[in-house]
Design a protein around this ligand. Structure first.
Ligand code: PHE
Length: 467
């Protein structure tokens, strides 16, 4: 296909639309709410200054996250096609270099990398739904819950089995298309997710550890705040809002014409933040009520919590509910990770969605084997510094590729896309509002990301160069 043909294909777009603005909000919130909210946020909030961290994080969401998400969605709705085609047609329309198409490609590659490891970790949650509900942890002690997790990680076959299950489910859903696949899944999973969270919240409230949890998460612990805190908060805002890799651009392509982008995006960010904070308010009371220490990362979710549930009445049921909740959250995020690549291939080659979904799934699955082995046979094989395969992918995607993508997206939308198009997309008629918006989204947000980007990368570069 020649450049101009593909541009015209891009301008026609895939023609699919969300059934309503509300479904877009749910789908985008489904993308945003994932392992990042339930597994990561509560822990890093507690460890990085509690209330101070939460305040900085909210600041990052408001000053950087929301403007970049609006930019991403508006580019998607203007281009009405996959991120690669959108960037190609919009850079032509803006008279900018065709190299901006690379931004679409960056998103596709980032999505692949993230999905490859996301599928593996999400597979663990499926395994833990089963373990919890079957009563495997009933009456267990810390050592045996820890041993169960270690044995699971040491067994590549078991990890591959659950990775395959999760990826197959994801591919099956996305292969069915926007309305019959993504929307159908979202309509079920998101309300269920809220319901499960509510049930667990009530359970936690009555567990006896709530006051301690409140203090852990919200007390202003200034001494835990370091220069890294802002970086951690910003990186977390990016990952959790699914920004910087074209997901929101791909989803934005299906947004109905009349939806107000500003209020829509604010609702998505608010839902995501609400769930992250609610997850913290659910998890820690259960941990504290059982006199346990807050473990770290995977240990918190897969060792401390199962142990806490094992010591509580109806622990099997509530433990099962908890892991089901994470699985739902993870699947709606995984679905969105495939969309930039999937929509591109479907448009470019006029291919069948199911077939493309399957091929993408197989490639991601194969790449995911590297993550599987990072927890056993390749655990000591370092790619860079002390990062093994999984650590490297995680670092590269979250700290480098997402911020880079987000910064460039905001820059393109604000300074290269014709102003009238941007104002039309946002419904801005007042020039003063237009300028305020451009300063926020065109200066504050990208410069903020640049600062994070450079300060995250500089120590790494310096150590690599031996400075
Ligand atoms: N936001 C998801 C989470 O918090 C992860 C994600 C990142 C999904 C980037 C899509 C794109 O788990």
């Amino acid at each position: 296909m020649t450049n101009s043909e593909s541009t015209s294909a891009a301008s026609q777009g895939v023609g699919q639309r969300w059934s309503s603005r509300w479904l877009f909000i749910l789908a985008a919130a489904g993308s945003a709410v994932g392992l990042g909210n339930i597994w990561k946020f509560p822990y890093i909030a507690g460890e990085n200054g509690g209330g101070v961290f939460v305040a900085i994080y909210l600041g990052c969401v408001a000053a950087v996250g929301i403007p970049i998400m609006i930019s991403e969605v508006l580019l998607g709705r203007q281009g009405r096609s996959s991120p690669i085609h959108t960037m190609r047609s919009l850079s032509q329309c803006a008279g900018a270099s065709g190299r901006w198409t690379a931004l679409g490609w960056l998103g596709v590659v980032t999505g692949f990398l993230i999905l490859s490891y996301y599928g593996v970790i999400a597979g663990w949650t499926l395994h833990y739904v089963w373990l919890s509900m079957s009563g495997a942890f009933a009456g267990a002690d810390g050592a045996s819950v820890g041993a169960t997790f270690d044995a699971f990680l040491a067994d590549p076959w078991a990890l591959v089995f659950y990775q395959t299950l999760f990826m197959a489910l994801t591919i099956w859903i996305v292969g069915r298309g926007v309305t019959r696949g993504i929307e159908a899944a979202i309509r079920w999973f998101m309300p269920l997710l809220f319901l499960l969270l509510l049930v667990l919240f009530i359970y936690s409230l009555n567990s006896g550890g709530f006051a301690q949890d409140w203090a852990f998460m919200f007390d202003l612990k200034w001494d835990a705040v370091s220069s890294d805190t802002v970086l951690i908060a910003m990186g977390q805002a990016f990952f959790t809002l699914s920004l910087g890799m074209g997901t929101m651009m791909a989803y934005g392509a299906y947004v109905p014409e009349d939806a107000n982008l500003g209020t829509t995006v604010v609702s998505i960010a608010a839902l995501d933040t609400f769930i992250a904070i609610a997850a913290g308010l659910v998890i820690f009371p259960i941990v504290f009520a059982n006199g346990l220490e807050v473990g770290q990362g995977p240990g918190l979710t897969f060792v401390t919590l199962p142990l806490a549930f094992s010591q509580m009445p109806f622990g099997e049921v509530f433990g099962g509910i908890f892991f089901l909740l994470i699985s739902f959250a993870a699947i709606t995020s995984a679905i969105s990770l495939t969309e930039p690549a999937l929509s591109y291939l479907v448009e470019e080659y006029n291919a069948k969605r199911q077939r493309v979904a399957l091929s993408l799934g197989v490639i991601c699955w194969l790449l995911g084997l590297g993550t599987v082995f990072s927890f056993n046979i390749w655990s000591d094989m370092m790619i860079v510094g002390d990062l093994n395969f999984f650590g490297f992918l995680d670092y590269l995607s979250q700290n480098i590729m997402l911020p880079l993508g987000g910064m460039l997206i905001a820059f393109f939308a604000m300074w290269l896309l014709p102003k009238e198009l941007m104002y039309k997309q946002l419904g801005i008629t007042n020039p003063a509002v237009g300028w305020a918006w451009r300063i926020l989204a065109g200066v504050v947000a990208p410069v903020g990301v640049l600062v994070v980007f450079v300060s995250t990368l500089w120590p790494v570069l310096a150590s690599l160069l031996g400075l």
